[in-house]
Design a protein around this ligand. Structure first.
Ligand SMILES: NC(=O)c1ccc[n+]([C@@H]2O[C@H](COP(=O)([O-])OP(=O)(O)OC[C@H]3O[C@@H](n4cnc5c(N)ncnc54)[C@H](O)[C@@H]3O)[C@@H](O)[C@H]2O)c1
Length: 438
């Protein structure tokens, strides 16, 4: 049997060992799905606490209940290690490490480079290596293939190399790893066949594209589409505000059009590890080709200005109550970057809190999913308990994250002033609270 046939055979018969590098929001759900499918899965993470938790059968990712993880660990189908040596036994390695931005808004590729170097050190003939981290088009060709070549490996000949963007949407009750179609792009036809066979085992629909760069670009189109449309609707919110028109009513009515319109909603700014960051990977790449990705830059400018708009709303609303921000008690409701998740990466709540802090507000926050946050000055702030007293003590309550567990009627019944950045109070009955929306 050829090297490729041996790999395909091991994948189809579930004899293959699947390696996952980076066991975070992306890597752990993927590892679980492959283990459920009957593969032996080895997860690698540099965090000893994550590795220990997995080996105890305990999940730290809300979308993966411990009741799902524990039996897989107990059955020996899934184990974790901090050492890449464990990957010598792996037939495939999917790399799911972070791709954040540096302070300067340039891509921080250090996690990808470190993990690719470490995988190259333990690579063996017949291994399939798939990069899943979101990144700029050309990364697989420019960073992965040369490092493997240094170790003596050629894609399509003695190893297989591909890119497959991760599309997971944390806290989405409808779409998970299995029923979200997966795009894969291999370096050669043999690489495409190998990566398609791997993911077909754990995902219902696998879509092949002609190259890793195409697959890298697919992800950036998807997330740029969201960032630009959110930027557009945020600008509509700013425009409607100046015109004295309710943007939420406009969107509701426009959504009645059954074709050619898709509603997006304004908010306090973009958050999370993907939408605010990924498009900037593309604009960074394009700068190196002397091309200015204008839509991306403009959307980013508008979206990052939204926390300032929230501050304007708070300042004006307090002013209407003859109060200054300095000395006023402001309670922030929800600090996660989106509804029903515990993730605060890039959350606009952090910007709003930072700005209010600078203006001298007395701040508290409540988020049932986030026990504490680290502020810009490294100070730690802890979530206050939610109560009618907390609301009554606030000069203003600012809804940043519209968690579905919040009781919005209770909120409006016990607050005096609410700045609602998500239209979360739209369905509440009339109350004594004054509600200001963005
Ligand atoms: N979170 C999402 O919703 C989401 C969705 C789609 C795509 N993505 C992309 O997937 C990638 C991973 O994101 P995430 O949210 O899972 O990140 P994460 O921070 O939750 O997880 C990454 C994990 O990688 C580990 N790690 C870092 N460097 C490592 C190394 N050298 N070797 C081994 N492990 C290492 C970290 O300890 C961490 O546990 C990013 O590129 C992100 O843009 C994320």
């Amino acid at each position: 049997m050829s090297i490729k046939e041996t790999l395909l055979d091991r994948l189809k018969s579930r004899q293959a060992t699947v390696g996952i590098v980076g066991l975070g929001y992306v890597g752990l759900p993927l590892a679980v799905e492959f283990a459920v499918e009957g593969f032996t899965v080895i997860g690698i993470d540099l965090s000893p606490s994550k590795v220990d938790a997995i080996n105890r059968g305990e999940s730290y990712i809300p979308d993966i209940p411990t009741s799902r993880l524990a039996p897989l660990v107990a059955a020996g189908k899934l184990r974790a290690s901090t050492s890449y040596e464990a990957l010598r036994a792996a037939d495939t390695v999917s790399i799911c490490v972070p791709t954040p931005l540096r302070q300067t808004k340039d891509p921080d590729m250090s996690y990808v480079i470190d993990s690719v170097n470490a995988v190259a050190d333990v690579c063996h003939e017949g291994m399939l290596i798939v990069l899943e981290s979101t990144t700029y088009p050309g990364t697989t060709d420019e960073l992965v293939i040369p490092r493997l070549a240094q170790a003596g490996f050629t894609p399509g000949e003695n190893v297989f190399v591909a890119f497959s963007p991760e599309r997971i949407d944390p806290a989405n009750p409808k779409y998970g790893v299995r029923n979200t179609p997966k795009v894969v792009g291999g370096v050669t036809p043999a690489c495409i066949e190998a990566v398609e066979t791997l993911y077909s085992a754990a995902v219902d629909h696998v879509i092949t594209v002609s190259s890793p760069a195409t697959a890298e670009m697919v992800k950036l189109l998807e997330n740029t589409f969201r960032a630009v449309n959110i930027g557009l609707v945020n600008e509509m919110a700013l425009i409607c505000d100046k015109l004295g028109i309710d943007v939420w009513e406009v969107i509701r009515a426009a959504s009645s059009k059954p074709f050619g319109f898709m509603p997006f909603y304004p908010g306090p700014g973009l958050g999370g590890h993907c939408i605010p960051i990924d498009p900037l990977y593309l604009s960074w790449k394009m700068k190196s080709l002397n091309y200015n990705a204008r839509f991306i830059e403009l959307a980013s400018e508008i979206n990052t200005s939204m926390p300032h708009h929230v501050i304007d709303k708070v300042t004006t609303a307090l002013n209407d109550d003859c109060k200054s921000v300095r000395g006023s008690k402001v309670v922030i409701l929800g600090v996660a970057y989106k509804r029903d998740v515990d993730d605060v990466r890039e959350s606009p709540a952090l910007d709003v809190i930072g700005l209010l802090h600078k203006l001298g507000a007395k701040l508290e926050y409540h988020d049932p999913y986030v026990a504490r946050i680290r502020l810009e000055d490294e100070a730690i702030m802890e979530s206050s308990s939610y109560s009618a007293d907390l609301l009554a003590s606030a000069d203003a309550v600012v809804i940043i994250t519209d968690h579905s567990t919040f009781d919005y009627q209770h909120l409006v019944d016990h607050s005096r002033l609410i700045i609602d950045t998500r239209n979360a109070t739209a369905k509440t009955a009339k109350s004594r609270a004054r509600i200001v929306r963005i």
